[in-house]
Design a protein around this ligand. Structure first.
Ligand code: IMP
Ligand code: MG
Length: 171
């Protein structure tokens, strides 16, 4: 197995997550907040993020699978496991691992908007802006990364490396 090269340390991630949590708690208007994590990539980030949001909120998950080549987004996403909670009238925060072309996120936003939340904001751990093919809103962003394949802290390559406590580049 290839040896990943560390890119963002666990300490930098923790510091950024703390800032994001505070911003999210204070900037999202009053009312019911539901945090929705996209499985599986966002599970580690979401676990840390919700503990940094000092405000009552509900947690739910959306299981998705992209069709086709894992490294080449088609934007066609299959919902493998839907939300358990209704989100109509809620302030929803969608939590993603990484926004690459933006196609997956655009699709997920469309699905969630159809359920009439009061507001919908996006928090992504990582973004590769140079790869964007469609414009998508990312209200809260952890880090921008270069156009390289990254793993760790929930992100995988063929289901490996998700457990790494830092973010690394697969050479
Ligand atoms: P998009 O539709 O091109 O924005 O792709 C988003 C999805 O592709 C993410 O949610 C990830 O699951 C996956 N992905 C894109 N780039 C990477 C990467 O560098 N490492 C791991 N997964 C990635
Ligand atoms: Mg993903």
């Amino acid at each position: 197995m290839e040896q990943p090269r560390p890119l963002i340390t666990a300490e930098s991630i923790a510091a950024r997550v703390a800032v994001l949590g505070t911003e999210i708690a204070s900037q999202i208007p009053e009312g019911q907040l539901t945090v929705v994590g996209v499985l599986r990539g966002a599970f580690v980030f979401m676990a840390d993020l919700v503990r940094a949001i000092p405000r009552p909120h509900r947690c739910d998950f959306l299981g998705v699978r992209s069709y086709g080549d894992a490294t080449l987004s088609s934007g066609i996403v299959e919902i493998t496991s839907d939300l358990l909670l209704p989100i109509e009238g809620d302030h929803v925060l969608l939590v993603e691992d990484i926004v690459d072309t933006g196609l997956t996120l655009r699709y997920l936003i469309e699905i969630l908007e159809a359920r009439r939340p009061k507001s919908l904001r996006v928090c992504a751990l990582l973004s590769k802006p140079s790869r964007r093919r469609v414009e998508v809103p990312v209200h809260y962003l952890g880090f921008e990364v270069p156009d390289q394949f990254v793993v760790g802290y929930g992100l995988d390559a063929a289901q490996q490396y998700r457990h790494l406590p830092y973010i690394a580049v697969l050479e």
